[in-house]
Design a protein around this ligand. Structure first.
Ligand code: G6P
Length: 608
């Protein structure tokens, strides 16, 4: 995700800001920029790409200013380029803003500000903040920021500086972290302590709807309702490596634990409860086509292909449109049958996987309308697909995909809801799905709270060399994904199967040495899968069962049970995969494997 650093003190701001940005590099970003108040004006410099490029661009520049803000951007609104990089300025160029998060109501605010004569130059949501603060400014920057913040919907960590009050930087947060760093006559604002740790270990953690004003002589904290708050100063005792990973030993575990938040981000601003609909801004232009098309082809590789398989179940159930899922690598070389009634959806976290990209191009050549479901904004698939939906999971650093997968399923559920409501689905069914979706982040958290139990199961089975994963219906692809996670990071042989297919082969493998992971929530297939569980038990297989909290039948038969909350049949995959991610993670760590960078694998496969 994006990173923020702000500095106000006795020293030249520029080297401190650049150093801070470099320490945020691990978070992933696509562009960077700085704004420094110097001699009554703002020096604003931005570049696309790495911090080293910004550094090279700034080399030799004289900039003695002691107050500045800086930002690494991970694009959410508008392509990653120099223009859209932060900081952003107001119409007068005397005020600069850097922002992390997503402003949901930016379009309404932008329109209002444009009507008042404000001129916008970027495609970002952030630029509205600069103009909004400009609009409210009557002599005190903190008042203007406060009033602006009260109008913002969504998430934000924001820092603002102005040439009109050069000895002041104002920060405000809601849902996106912001800390104040306190040193001797110098103060910092940062999205992440790693950016300022070199200078101070004394920090204040702002809470939502709180602001900080830093000046050369001190700092103030208050709420956005202008009520002063006394904040405790904490001493940071983590080392840099721990901080980068948010206190988790690996990025993969950090990303697994981010899922309540990333799933929420995938839905943010996209659910309309009143009408039971999903609102997907990136599909606005293609709505007429979506009313008429008659077949959907979903393409992906690896984990994204598993998300596509789950999407097939959800979309066919809710929207009653025929869906075909194909490995992108197979699709592109087999002269697929595509007609003008076909819409093709390319699903890719990175947006750069070469097989998915080429398969999408092939579909386009054959006359299909193409859509992208990507995480990386401005990636090749996102650009070339023309229309699509971003999953907004933030940078995924662990090679084995986790949070992107649950966000892909979430977005595909929203897509199914959108299509469903255009076709036969009633408003009340739409509302029921929305209600269930809104409960998912909290339910995922409840599963994450069982981490210790899952660790114990991993300890019991980490020396086994074969695993079987079984599921039915939309949980069959979850079995595939659970097996893939284990293979990828622990190098243990694992197979995922539709539970009923077990008797056509894999059953021959089952003995007392074979752990069998069965996903069996109380959905439409529950009774059937109980039969499969009995078959495993009869052959002395070791049963690890993912079942509902009120389950008894499957649980009684199992050696271990991991309980998950109740949801709609179609939404179980997003819950059921979480314990499997944790199981794979712990087994891999217990086997001494490099979890974040497993051997032979790449995060983004851009060669055939
Ligand atoms: C690689 C990664 C997987 C990922 C797959 C597809 O194999 O290791 O984690 O699922 O590529 O990547 P994409 O970026 O297209 O989703």
């Amino acid at each position: 995700m994006c990173g923020i650093v702000g500095y106000m003190g006795r020293h030249q701001a520029l080297p401190i800001l650049i150093d801070g940005l470099k320490r945020l590099e691990y978070r992933g970003y696509d562009s960077a920029g700085i704004a420094i108040v110097d001699d009554g004006r703002i020096i604003l410099e931005k570049t696309e790409g790495k911090i080293s490029e910004l550094e090279a661009h700034l080399a030799g520049m004289k900039c003695p200013g002691v107050a500045g803000i800086a930002h690494t951007r991970w694009a959410t609104h508008g392509e990653p380029n120099k223009k859209n990089a932060h900081p952003h300025i107001d119409c007068t160029g005397t005020l600069a803003v850097a922002h992390n998060g997503i402003i949901e109501n930016y379009q309404i605010l932008k329109k209002r500000l444009q009507d008042k004569g404000h001129r916008f130059i970027t495609d970002t949501d952030t630029e509205v903040i600069a103009h909004l603060v400009e609009d409210h400014y009557t002599g005190a920057l903190e008042d203007a920021v406060r009033k602006a913040a009260k109008q913002l919907e969504g998430t934000y960590g924001i820092v603002v500086l102005s040439t009109k009050e050069p000895d002041k930087i104002v920060g405000v947060r809601n849902g996106s972290p912001l800390v104040v760093g306190v040193a001797d006559d110098e103060y910092f604002l940062a999205s992440d302590v790693s950016a300022i740790l070199k200078h101070t270990r004394q920090v204040i953690y702002l809470d939502d709807r709180e602001m900080a004003i830093i000046e050369p002589t001190g700092f103030k904290t208050m709420t956005i309702d202008a009520i002063a708050v006394d904040k405790a100063i904490h001493e940071v005792d983590w080392d840099l490596d721990m901080i980068e990973k948010g206190g988790f030993p690996h990025f993969m575990l950090k990303e697994i634990f981010e899922q309540p938040e990333t799933i929420r981000n995938a839905m943010r601003g996209r659910l309309v409860h009143a009408t039971g609909e999903a609102k997907l801004g990136g599909l606005q232009e293609v709505l007429p086509t979506l009313r008429e098309f008659n077949r959907l082809v979903l393409l992906g590789c690896g984990t994204s292909w598993h998300a596509a398989l789950i999407g097939e179940y959800i979309i066919e159930e809710y929207a009653r449109v025929p869906v075909e899922v194909e490995y992108a690598s197979e699709f592109r070389y087999r002269n697929p049958i595509i007609d003008r009634g076909t819409v093709t959806v390319a699903i890719s976290q990175s947006g750069e996987t070469i097989d998915t990209l080429e398969a999408m191009r092939e579909a386009k050549r054959k006359g299909s309308r193409t859509l992208g479901v990507c995480n990386v904004v401005g990636s090749t698939i996102a650009r070339e697909s023309g229309d699509g939906v971003y999953i907004h999971a933030g940078p995924e650093i662990g090679v084995a995909s986790t949070k992107a997968f649950t966000s892909q399923i979430t977005v595909l559920s929203l897509f199914a809801l959108l299509l469903g409501r255009m076709r036969g689905m009633s408003a009340s069914q739409g509302q029921e799905i929305i209600q269930a979706l809104q409960e998912i982040p909290g339910q995922v958290q409840r599963i994450l709270d069982k981490n210790d139990q899952i660790y114990e199961i991993a300890q019991a089975y980490c020396h086994h060399s074969n695993f079987l994963y079984l599921g039915r219906g939309s949980n069959f692809p979850v079995a595939l994904e659970g097996a893939l996670k284990l293979k990828e990071i622990s190098y243990v042989h694992a197979e995922g199967y539709p539970a009923a297919e077990m008797k056509h082969g894999p059953i021959a493998l089952i003995d007392e040495n074979m752990p069998v992971v069965v996903i069996c929530p109380k959905d439409a297939a529950y009774k059937k899968i109980l039969g499969n569980i009995a078959e495993v038990k009869a052959r002395k297989g070791r049963l690890i069962v993912i079942a509902n909290e009120d389950d008894t039948d499957a649980s009684d038969a199992a050696d271990h049970v991991i309980k998950i909350p109740k949801t709609l049949d179609m939404l179980y995959p997003v819950l059921a995969v979480v314990p499997l991610q944790l199981l794979a993670y712990h087994i891999a760590v217990l086997r001494g494997c490099n979890v974040d960078q497993p051997r032979n694998l790449a995060k983004s496969v851009t060669v055939e």
